[in-house]
Unconditional design. Structure first.
Length: 367
């Protein structure tokens, strides 16, 4: 009993320290407050707009880019943006929110809060009159006033990946499904998958598995490697990975096994993903994705509008794109998240909810 209490105390103290020092992902010191004409009163009169971003998952490129996008967007308007990634630790995630609630933040962005406790946390935040924007979090948050739910267009992500796979298999093939239940985006992707399988009887599922952990890609690699020993060539044509952490592990296992007849179709993208897709004989042939940096940027804009007292929708889905290995390898230079737009016009750019007054703030703080 004493050991448990002491452990909880350590976690709590850790969360306090993290929040106080900028919350794991880092705090941003905003420039000195500037007077800008044409800005909403609630933004203009605030000595310093302060935003807290708390993300449950972490340790991956997607998280780093999401947090970077949020921080960049906020600081470009003169806001202070603090971030924290719990790296999948539920206790640290909720402790970070609790500790941040004691600070004077004007708004919160909560990412991947998938459990009922997140709803309770958010209710405590909104009870103080503080607006909240969530990303890929518990859908019950839609019942809480003052909250806007954002997500990738998960249905379209799944459709893009599955359609590409079906086209290349010409409607006939045996596949492995990498998926894990319990996360809102996974649930939405699974709904599309079930509809796809019903509509395409020529596609047969051979196996399915998946686990979300601190080392998902490693565990997936091991699981796929073991699975490949049970199925000889011709028994598996493709793998549909509903998360890039799954696709990374699967691609490593398939390549190491020399099973180049198996192609991988994934969801989500990062620099590491793009690099892997461009490797010689990479089995990862396409991935459907939304730029995670843009997600962070748009979430900050939505929150800024809420802080300003402006109307925003209760839900917002960010548009998805399909990135193929053929497009990547057709580039004259190695493709990464920065220059991906050179082969995919419009990638990495969104003016969603970027109000004229936000542009004025950016112009003022850019000087």
């Amino acid at each position: 009993m004493k050991k448990t209490t002491f452990s909880k105390l350590l976690i709590s103290l850790f969360a306090v320290a993290i929040v106080a020092t900028g919350c794991g992902g880092g705090g941003s010191k905003a420039p000195e407050k500037k007077v800008v004409e044409g800005v909403p009163d609630k933004i203009a009169k605030d000595d310093q707009v302060k935003i807290m971003v708390v993300r449950k998952i972490g340790g991956d490129d997607h998280t780093a880019q999401f947090l970077a996008g949020a921080k960049q967007e906020g600081t470009s308007m003169g806001f202070t943006v603090d971030t924290f990634s719990a790296n999948g630790d539920t206790a640290k995630f909720h402790d970070a929110i609790s500790q941040a609630l004691e600070k004077e933040y004007d708004g919160f962005i909560i990412s991947h809060g998938d459990d009922a406790a997140t709803v309770d946390d958010v209710k405590k935040i909104t009870a103080k009159g503080i607006p909240v924007v969530t990303f890929d979090s518990n859908t019950d948050l839609a019942k809480v006033d003052g909250v806007t739910l954002t997500s990738q267009d998960d249905e379209n992500l799944a459709k893009l990946a599955l359609t590409q796979m079906n086209d290349e298999l010409k409607g006939q093939g045996k596949i492995v499904y990498l998926w894990v239940d319990g996360f809102p985006p996974m649930v939405r992707r699974n709904t599309v998958y079930k509809e796809f399988m019903t509509a395409n009887p020529g596609i047969q599922e051979v196996e399915r598995f998946g686990i979300a952990s601190a080392d998902t890609s490693v565990q997936t690699q091991n699981a796929v490697a073991a699975m490949l020993t049970k199925h000889k060539k011709g028994e598996i044509n493709a793998i549909f990975a509903t998360w890039d952490a799954f696709a990374i592990g699967a691609a490593r296992a398939v390549k190491e096994a020399g099973r180049d007849e198996i192609k991988i179709y994934g969801i989500d993208v990062s620099n590491a993903d793009l690099q892997m897709m461009q490797e010689d004989k990479s089995p990862w042939v396409s991935t459907a994705a939304v730029d995670p940096k843009v997600i962070g940027q748009v979430d900050v804009r939505l929150l800024a509008k809420k802080i300003a007292g402006e109307e925003v929708p209760q839900t917002y889905d960010l548009a998805a794109s399909l990135i193929t290995q053929d497009k990547l390898k057709g580039s004259a230079e190695s493709v990464n998240m920065v220059n991906l737009a050179s082969i995919m016009p419009g990638w990495g750019v969104s003016d969603a909810y970027e109000e004229p007054w936000m542009k004025k703030l950016k112009e003022a703080y850019a000087k």
